[in-house]
Design a protein around this ligand. Structure first.
Ligand code: HEM
Length: 421
């Protein structure tokens, strides 16, 4: 009898503790904003209000560095299924290997490792520098540009076309339109905002499918060095990769590798244009660029990632049901004062740099070396030629806040007499 009473009081105590420690609030994600960096401010206040919140879609969002890291590393329990941010439901499409887990995910990562290694990425350096300069040539004499549209989005997309799918850059505008529709559909009507990305995804998939078919018909000796051509010889468990699986991989690269780099560049150049001391330091001493990139990636992390609980479990003392969908907010975690003192300040001399911008656990970004190389070359080439610039105060810029945050526009201006042509 005494034991039963004890058990009941333990359970009551636990329920009380849960009620006190798991103050999930009913928050709804919001869309675009004319306020500079409103998305980060929103995530900061969410984290300051508590480590976990239930969104209007039913997903739980985790906001602290420690919880994001813990859940990202518990990949056996928290799987990386694709979840539609608009509905909180499992998405109908599969992106390989991101939405795979366990041994098959490991096999994909082994297969892809050499194509995304530092050595493979280093071989692209010359062509990346040339592409960056071609884009700068397009607007340098004008003394102004929309950095987000004319550089940040176009630069990684040219690299995707040239080195990943092996197409001429003339296809650029078509790909940019698809990318914008998938990642940042411009509609205030929720039904349209849901329909536009699915339509664009269908079109990209059909297009990439044709390219794969064509490449398969090209004799091996006549194929290029792009990633689609090389994939014709890939195997897992001694079998060629099925067409549908390759397609889902290229769709993932399209979604993972373009918008993220564009968003990082947008926030980075917004920071430098509004912090002259940091901009001057980069222009005067390019050797600081690698540290600057890490700090900019940390303070302006752009990706919020999705996970799903595969069993009933606990997080931070709170019960979690099998099937529960989560968002791990890398931006909120990376700006957590408990982990990084003065967390929202970009400090090129910071020594603690273990940030989460590229994710955590087995799904950590496959393209991080390529991303760092693209960012480094963009910062280097730009500052060699346009060392002094500022934000045009008369044109408002537009921020998109979905799972991947980003600036839809960033008007920069400079003195055309003070540039290197
Ligand atoms: C600044 C730029 C980038 C950022 C911030 C970024 C961020 C991320 C993050 C946070 C993840 C983890 C997703 C998760 O755990 O669910 C991820 C995964 C991935 N990224 Fe990136 N990424 C960037 C650039 C790139 C580039 C350039 C590529 C390739 C072209 C790429 C390819 C991938 C792939 C394939 C995955 C899935 C890996 C897996 O599931 O095993 N990323 N990225």
């Amino acid at each position: 009898m005494a034991q039963t009473e004890q058990t009941t009081s333990d359970a009551d105590e636990r329920d009380a503790l849960i009620a006190q420690r798991c103050p999930y609030s009913d928050l709804v994600t919001t869309g675009g904003s004319r306020e500079p960096l409103a998305g980060f401010a929103e995530l900061d206040s969410l984290r300051d209000a508590g480590p976990a919140h239930t969104l209007g879609t039913g997903q739980i969002i985790y906001t602290t560095y420690d919880l994001v890291q813990e859940i990202g590393q518990r990949a056996d329990v928290f799987h990386s299924k694709a979840v539609d941010p608009a509905t909180g439901k499992e998405a109908p499409f599969v992106l390989k290997p991101q939405t795979l887990d366990g041994p098959i995910h490991v096999k994909w990562r082994r297969l892809l490792a050499s194509s995304f290694s530092p050595a493979a990425v280093a071989r692209l350096e010359g062509s990346l520098r040339a592409r960056a300069n071609e884009l700068i040539d397009g607007f340098i004499d004008r003394g102004h540009c929309d950095f987000a549209k004319e550089f940040a989005l176009r630069f990684p997309t040219t690299i995707f076309l040239e080195h990943i799918i092996g197409l001429p850059v003339e296809e650029l505008d078509k790909f940019i339109a698809w990318e914008t529709d998938i990642m940042h559909p411009e509609s205030t009507d929720p039904a349209e905002a849901f329909r536009i990305p699915i339509q664009a995804q269908t079109e990209v998939t059909e297009y990439l499918s044709q390219i794969l078919d064509e490449r398969r018909k090209t004799p091996a000796g006549e194929r290029g060095s792009d990633l689609i051509s090389r994939a014709m010889d890939w195997q897992i468990d001694g079998e060629p990769i099925p067409h549908e699986d390759l397609l889902s991989f290229y769709l993932l690269l399209f979604q993972a590798g373009l918008d993220t780099v564009a968003a990082s560049l947008g926030y980075g150049f917004h920071h430098l244009a509004s912090h002259p001391a940091d901009r001057e330091r980069i222009a005067a001493d390019p050797s600081v660029i690698p540290s600057a990139i890490e700090e900019i990636l940390r303070v302006y992390s752009v990706v919020n990632i999705s996970r799903t609980a595969m069993t009933d479990t606990e997080v931070d003392g709170c019960p979690v049901k099998k099937g529960q969908h989560f968002i791990l907010s890398l931006p909120a975690g990376n700006r957590d004062e408990q982990h990084f003192p003065d967390a929202t300040t970009v400090d090129f001399d910071r020594t603690e740099i273990s940030h989460l911008a590229f994710g955590v656990g087995p799904h950590r970004c496959l393209g991080s070396h390529l991303a760092r190389q693209e960012l480094a070359i963009a910062y280097e080439e730009w500052h060699k030629r346009i060392p002094v610039y500022e934000i045009d105060p008369d044109i408002p810029f537009d921020e998109s806040r979905s799972l991947v945050m980003g600036l839809r526009s960033l008007p920069l201006q400079w003195d055309p007499a003070a540039v290197r042509r």
